[in-house]
Structures are given as C-alpha cells and as structure tokens.
Design a binder for this molecule. Sequence first.
Ligand SMILES: [Cu+2]
Length: 105
Amino acid sequence: MPSRCMSDRRAWLLAVAGLAACGKPPEEVKRYPLRGVVLSLQPADRITVVRHETIPGFMESMAMEFPVKNPEEFARLRVGQQIRATLCQTRSGLEFWLEGIVVEK
Ligand SMILES: [Cu+2]
C-alpha cells in the first residue's frame, strides 16, 4: 500500500520537525554593545580575540576570545581592525558570541 507508506513517512517527518521546533525552548539572550580591536583570528573554530573596551555593568576592558557564529561576518574580520559589535550571552552565561559586527577602520 504505497499511499499509506507515504502518509506514515510524512507524519514521521512532521513529528521530527515539531521536536526540533518545540523540544527545547530558546534561552533568553542578553545583548551588550561592544567596541574593540581584533588581535587575532582562529578560522578553524571561527573565534576572534578582541581587546574590548569596558562594557558598563558587565566587563572591564580586556583581551578575550569571542566565537563569531556567522561565517560571513567572520570572513570580513582582519587583525588590527577596530570594530563595533553586539555581544550576546545566554542567560545561563554558558554561551556567548559576537554578532552585528561593524568595521570602524
Ligand atoms: Cu571581556
């Protein structure tokens, strides 16, 4: 019964899609404006080391590693650039990354 097979498969795919969408509620993300200088790049892990300015109420000025989730944003980065970006951090603090990177010079 080919038609029944088709509908079973479709139901299964819908169930999987539903799990992906609803299985884990997205964690709330806090965002902070960041300015800094790109000190180094680690393309294999899409990580950049940035010496960032003080982020009021969050972090003193320091050099630290930031993951960049978006490959196109990472590809535009060069050592020595002055950048502005949004520092995103999950509420638990377990995950953080840069996005919305703008090269100032
Ligand atoms: Cu820091």
